[in-house]
Design a protein around this ligand. Structure first.
Ligand SMILES: Cc1cc2nc3c(=O)[nH]c(=O)nc-3n(C[C@H](O)[C@H](O)[C@H](O)COP(=O)(O)O)c2cc1C
Length: 534
């Protein structure tokens, strides 16, 4: 079945992940109620509006997994499928979003139930707008897609946040240089396939809707807008046909609660004239809830990008975690099967991904999803002068609040990589993990509860210690043995007898150990040599 926004609402409802609110709700309370909710919410009766509002659709890993019809960990594979095998969109004559079209004076953004999210936001913000645009010079043929937010300012006017140096920013700059507006279609209420593909940091000229098609396994339907020469997504809930006005980055706008989980500052942005609003017959407004509906869908995107870059570098990654603590934008933990030098190569590749700021590379025995395991690898495998790599002056994500502020300049960022793979220069046996003796032979459950009367029999007969010592001596003459190997081999003599026999050998001065701690004879070729002696 073709994945659609409406189908997603049904799927979430069936899974108990979407609750419908019938009681009247003041639009001012929507963001806080979604924040308190364990599920997505559909507000059917928003006071003063005749359009229902849905929010929180991808606020959790589970809901995103339902949307994508696979485990959360498999979503990244779908993104890669989209990147490797894009399917370009279909152009169709019409679609549900063209059911109602309002133009000119009929356009009234204030009739849309656009909520206020954070207490310091500059006003109601349209957050789920998948924005299609074209290169005004025609240098790049494909349609560009990105998600951008729009501050509702007037009946027919919004702001648009294009501070970051992304593709739409470049197209807007080109149009402004000619003194022309840049047409855009803003598509609201689409499936997360389109949201994820649009958010992917694709190189300029890439068709993100083609990536969405590749992820879906079938082409997405686009249809023409009426007032601008651009298509829109045919089954969206709403489309705003608009143009970015050539006023440059001149208008104060914001603030806004960002994906950083922090309030962004006042931005200087262009403005957008809305020429028409098209929508379904009974549309539902999608209020994408900040910040987690921005954070979670970013995880598979950056995972796909990091895996791709690391693979291109010829390094085999076995697991990647784009951590929520890094807002699913800035931090990657990558497990690899390393050859000498691969830790550093993997870091350079991962840090080449746009926005990626800190990367940690570990061996494949480390669980990248377990913070304690990762920290343990950093604690036990890293020497800072050898394993920490810092790059300065790289392209930044300007919303990073730690960046230095130089008025009038696009800030650049430092990037840091930590190679927490075991260095080739240290002996491997330093990294033998503790494994408890006989762990594979015992189970605690067998020892709980009352003792049976025939239990607690001593094991082994205690035998003659000197005979056992002779037998052990013969054994370790052949090959060095760990203590546990000897107790297992001479199990019938009992643990205590083996320890006692080794004690005898030790007292006689003949017992020694090899470099791995196995018992051997002092004058054998296995014997470890004290430091400083040959
Ligand atoms: C919910 C959401 C909101 C976003 N809002 C903005 C925004 O307002 N401004 C911005 O520069 N990027 C924003 N992004 C990130 C861009 O969509 C992303 O960088 C995208 O790749 C840009 O596409 P483009 O470079 O092809 O134009 C947002 C992403 C999401 C998921």
């Amino acid at each position: 079945m073709t994945a659609s926004f409406r189908q997603l609402l049904n799927d979430l409802k069936t899974a108990g992940e979407l609750v419908e609110i019938e009681k009247p709700v003041d639009i001012r309370y929507i963001a806080a109620l979604v924040d308190q909710s364990e599920t997505a919410l559909l507000f059917k009766n928003v006071e003063g509006y005749d359009i229902p509002v849905v929010s929180g659709l991808t606020n959790s890993r589970d809901r995103l997994a339902i949307a994508m019809g696979c485990d959360f960990s498999a979503i990244e594979g779908k993104v890669r499928a989209g990147l490797d095998g894009p399917i370009e969109p279909n152009f169709v004559d019409s679609g549900p979003v063209r059911d109602v079209v309002m133009e000119g004076d009929e356009v009234d953004l204030f009739k849309l139930p656009v909520p206020l999210f954070s207490v310091l936001d500059g006003g109601p913000m349209i957050t789920a707008g998948i924005t299609l645009s074209r290169d005004p010079d025609g240098e790049h043929e494909n349609i560009n897609a990105g998600v951008y937010r729009y501050l509702v300012r007037e009946k027919r006017l919004t702001g648009i946040d294009i501070v970051t140096p992304n593709n739409l920013h470049r197209y807007a700059k080109k149009a402004f240089a000619k003194g022309e507006p840049l047409p855009i279609s803003i598509n609201i209420g689409t499936h997360p396939y389109e949201l994820i593909a649009s958010t992917y940091k694709a190189a300029i000229g890439t068709s993100e809707m083609g990536i969405a098609g590749g992820m879906r396994g079938e082409a997405l339907d686009l249809t023409a807008c009426k007032t601008i020469d651009l298509p829109c997504i045919a089954d969206a809930e709403f489309v705003l046909e608009a143009e970015i006005l050539p006023v440059g980055w001149t208008q104060p706008e914001g603030r806004f609660g960002e994906f950083t989980r922090l309030m962004g500052g006042l931005h200087w942005n262009p403005q957008v004239r809305i020429k028409a609003i098209a929508h379904r017959k009974k549309p539902i407004y999608y209020a994408l809830h900040m910040p987690w509906e921005n954070i979670w869908p970013s995880s598979p995107i950056y995972e796909a990008a990091v895996r791709r870059a690391v693979k291109e570098a010829g390094v085999q990654a076995t697991a990647v975690n784009i951590t929520p603590g890094g807002c699913c934008h800035w931090h990657a933990i990558i497990a690899i099967k390393p050859h000498p030098g691969d830790g550093k190569n993997a870091l350079m590749a991962a840090l080449s991904v746009a926005d990626m700021k800190h990367a940690v590379v570990v061996d494949e025995d480390i669980d990248v999803f377990d913070g304690t395991d990762v920290e343990w690898a950093i604690a036990t495998r890293v020497q800072a002068s050898r394993d920490v790599m810092i790059v300065t002056g790289a392209r930044s994500k300007p919303l990073d609040p730690s960046l230095s502020y130089v008025p009038g300049k696009v800030p650049v960022t430092d990037k840091m990589g930590i190679d927490a793979t075991i260095s080739d220069d240290v002996p491997r046996e330093r990294f033998h993990r503790i494994a408890y003796a006989y762990a594979d032979q015992v189970a605690l459950d067998d020892y709980l509860g009352p003792a049976k009367t025939d239990q607690n029999e001593p094991t082994g007969d205690g035998g003659e210690p000197s005979k056992l010592a002779d037998a052990i001596r013969t054994e370790i003459t052949e090959a060095p043995k760990h203590f546990a190997e000897l107790t297992e081999q001479f199990e019938s003599d009992g643990f205590q007898s083996v320890a006692r026999a080794l004690g005898l050998l030790h007292a006689g001065g003949g017992l020694w150990q090899d470099s791995e701690g196995r018992y051997c004879l002092r004058d054998s070729t296995f014997a470890a040599v004290p430091p400083g002696q040959k």
